[in-house]
Design a protein around this ligand. Structure first.
Ligand code: 5AD
Ligand code: FES
Length: 364
């Protein structure tokens, strides 16, 4: 019978590694059927609201050397920038005035004292400037437990730290094997973030060299095992100034990476119905309607870029990054229109917290 296998997995909620791999590998008509089924199911359960997180990529100075990333320390072709605190606070006020509810501060990884103290002060200033009404998410990489605590005390309540791949063997193919890029250390950071009290987000890249559907199925099971509250994941996009570029001939075609990324989002929505899932910007680097499609099939968070335009082009983690010429206003208007087109509404002025988080902390 047509669609029998897909229906049976969805209806009976059989989420073994094999079944998940099957869903991730779907293509053509069966895939369309699956995505639509998830879309219907999840809007019935969660409604059609999606949440904005204003994204400020405030610096591309980075002490790490990940093999995939355009702003890695060894890339001498990147112009480095660091937006001053005043401009960051202005961006935060813009987010607040435009009723975004939340802000994400992201930058290359640094853990020197000057940096960690600067962030604490910045958090306090932003909280004050927005009457404590703006939710703040940090995406600043691996830090000590003390630093995570200090930033939490200063007002951050969510943290994003992608595991990139939950399979150590693959992790070490895309990172140097050294102390600064240690898999266990990264994993520990996620536990520490949860223990500190953050709503904790992670994620992976999809379509990496050497990656299989089974690996991706394991990534989804990892999110579930870890009891994660939020996930941001998107297609891997090769960057010519990085070591991983040498494997570009053995990648899935870009279009397939995009398809599998949507399959991942839809499958994760089945597996973890109450978490927040972001429509990653990298989706739009491949398909102009990429993020809208993600919203239809399981994502409920979208991150308008509110980085001051002058520096956007230098935060090139991957090539063909969208919205590098637009200003914050342009992105806001463009994105609300896009959200409406996807049949969704923006939850203005709401933090849009992960429901999963509240259940997790209640259970203790
Ligand atoms: N392609 C896609 N995503 C990338 N990231 C970094 N480099 C790339 C790339 N080449 C993602 C990583 C990181 C996030 C901030 O950006 O997953 O965690
Ligand atoms: Fe930036 Fe559309 S979201 S221009």
């Amino acid at each position: 019978m047509k669609h029998h296998e897909t229906d049976s997995i969805i209806d009976n909620q059989i989420f073994t590694r094999d079944k998940l791999s099957y869903l991730l590998g779907l293509s053509n008509e069966e895939r369309d059927y699956f995505l639509r089924a998830v879309g219907k199911r999840y809007t019935a359960l969660l409604g059609t609201k999606v949440f904005f997180r204003g994204l400020v990529e405030f610096s591309n100075f980075c002490t790490k050397d990940c093999y995939y990333c355009g702003i890695r320390k060894s890339n001498t072709h990147t112009d480095r920038y660091d937006i001053d605190d005043k401009a960051i606070v202005e961006a935060a006020v813009f987010a607040h005035e435009n009723k975004y509810g939340s802000l994400v501060l992201q930058a290359g990884e640094r853990s020197d004292k000057a940096f960690t103290e600067r962030i604490s002060k910045l958090l306090q200033t932003i909280k004050q400037a927005t009457n404590g009404e703006l939710g703040i998410t940090l995406s600043l990489g691996e830090q000590s437990a003390e630093t995570y605590q200090e930033w939490f005390n200063a007002g951050a309540h969510r943290y994003l730290l992608r595991i990139e791949s939950s399979k150590p063997e693959l992790y070490y193919k895309i990172h140097p094997r050294d102390e600064k890029h240690d898999f266990d250390r990264r994993l520990n950071c996620l536990h520490t973030l949860q223990d500190t009290g953050y709503q904790t987000g992670t994620g992976v890249m999809i379509g990496l060299p050497f990656q299989t559907y089974e690996d991706l199925a394991d990534d989804l099971l990892f999110f579930k095992d870890m009891n994660i509250d939020m996930v941001g994941m998107g297609p891997y996009i090769e960057h010519s100034d990085t070591p991983l570029y040498q494997y570009r001939h053995q990648l899935w075609p870009l279009q397939r990476r995009f398809e599998v990324a949507l399959n991942m989002i839809a499958t994760l929505r089945l597996l973890m119905p109450d978490i927040n899932i972001a429509a990653a910007t990298a989706l739009q680097a491949i398909d102009p309607m990429g993020r809208e499609k993600a919203l239809r099939y399981g994502a409920n968070v979208i991150m308008p870029n509110i980085t001051p335009t002058l520096h956007r082009k230098d935060y090139s983690l991957y090539q063909n990054k969208p919205c590098t010429d637009e200003g914050a206003e342009d992105c806001a208007n463009c994105l609300s229109m896009r959200v409406e087109m996807a049949g969704r509404q923006v939850g203005f002025d709401e933090w849009g917290d992960s429901q999963h988080y509240f259940k997790r902390i209640k259970k203790g």
